[in-house]
Design a protein around this ligand. Structure first.
Ligand code: NAP
Ligand code: FER
Length: 339
């Protein structure tokens, strides 16, 4: 190592709203020696990613926050300077997670060795790394794009979205991007090969989506939530799939955005799926058999709220919408000779 001084960027304060440069502090510290099984790396590239905004806050999240005064976290592509691990030698290029610093020490087993002849080493922070893998699995596993379908991708020119849209094209889909400038949209269409791209800053999302997706939307690869998701939902097709990958529209928000916060869905990998009972008409017998038997065996309980007389029907319906019914509300219109 040329000198034994490290440069580190620490989290100095927790931002309110948009982070400011004054939330970070650059310090010089001595480079630490690698211990048993550890490797000392010189950082060549540091990845900057949207999730870092979450790490700067101490509100509850799927990951623990960076402590104030600690080095900011982040993926890095580095060159090994000194190795105490048998699988790495000085000079090797590695993908590691040393954070915002010029030198880092990490455990050998956490490193991925990179072959500079295979791809530029920096790609390991993007298309062949975490963002690319996000695009690949979220699209293919959750989106399940079928040839001929329409796939909309937000943050389409970015690390994740650019890969998701291109894979959608490889699968024979129509790919429609949403991005934040004309230059980005041009790139998305002309370079990446998307079929269309909507400028979310200048175009009306609903009408632009309608024009770009004449057959509706089958897959929405959601990197943003917020207004783009809202507009997309108005135009989804029967059986559409929506991988909820990121909610960047709310990462800087000081207060909860209007409507439900979808973050728990992402964090818990929860499934929301629409339901219409009519789809199950063919399976009615299955249902009637099971439920009749469970009733007969006393395994199901059932309560009716019986209103007497047709003339009271309107009043009862109004009451149901106010929670006044207790049990299944029915109107007894005339005598029941069986009871
Ligand atoms: P990126 O797209 O390279 O950069 C972020 C982009 O987000 C910006 O360039 C901007 O693009 C867009 N954006 C920023 N503020 C926005 C807003 N208020 N409304 C709409 N769009 C906004 O970043 P990335 O690394 O590929 O990440 C994209 C998304 O994937 C993020 O939400 C990230 O958290 C998520 N992600 C999730 C996982 C996971 O495991 N769930 C893994 C990786 C990434 P435009 O201005 O062009 O729209
Ligand atoms: C993101 C990057 C990574 C993100 C989530 C992750 C919601 C999660 C990674 C993991 O824990 O597997 O931008 O945003």
């Amino acid at each position: 190592m040329p000198n034994s001084i490290n440069q580190q960027i620490l989290l100095k304060s927790r931002p309110v709203g948009e982070p400011k440069e004054s939330d970070f502090a650059l310090v010089e510290t001595p480079i630490t020696e690698p211990g048993e099984g550890e490797v000392l790396n010189r950082t060549i590239y540091l990845s900057l990613d949207p999730y870092m905004r979450g790490r700067m806050s101490d509100r509850e999240s799927y990951a623990t926050p960076v402590e104030l005064g600690s080095v900011m976290v982040g993926g890095t592509v580095s060159q090994v300077v000194k190795s105490n691990h048998p699988q790495f030698s000085a000079g090797d290029f590695v993908l590691t997670y040393d954070g915002w610093q010029a030198y880092g020490v990490s455990k050998g087993e956490t490193l991925r060795k990179l072959d500079p002849n295979q791809a530029p080493i920096s790609y390991a922070l993007g298309i062949t790394g975490m963002p690319g893998m996000t695009a690949y699995f979220a699209l293919l596993d959750i989106g399940q794009p079928q040839a001929g379908e329409t796939v909309v991708v937000s943050a389409a020119s970015g690390a994740v979205g650019s890969v998701a849209g291109q894979i959608a094209k490889l699968k024979g889909c129509r790919a429609v991007g949403v991005a934040g400038s004309e230059a980005k949209c041009d790139y998305v269409v002309k370079e990446l090969g998307f079929d269309a791209c909507i400028n979310r800053k200048t175009q009306d999302l609903s009408s632009a989506l309608k024009a770009a997706c004449p057959n509706g939307i089958d897959v929405y690869f959601d990197n943003t939530a917020g207004p783009i998701l809202e507009a997309v939902l108005q135009q989804i097709n029967l059986g559409a799939r929506i991988p909820l990958v990121g909610l960047i529209s709310q990462y800087n928000a000081e207060n909860s955005p209007p409507g439900p916060n979808l973050m728990p869905l992402l964090v818990k990998r929860a499934l929301i799926k629409g339901f219409l009972v009519g789809d199950y008409q063919q399976r009615q017998a299955e249902f009637v058999n099971d439920v009749s038997q469970w009733l007969h065996e006393g395994k199901l309980k059932y309560k009716e709220d019986v209103v007497e007389g047709l003339k009271n029907a309107a009043h009862a319906l109004i009451g149901l919408l106010q929670g006044k019914n207790f049990g299944k509300l029915i109107v007894k219109v005339s005598d029941d000779p069986t009871r």
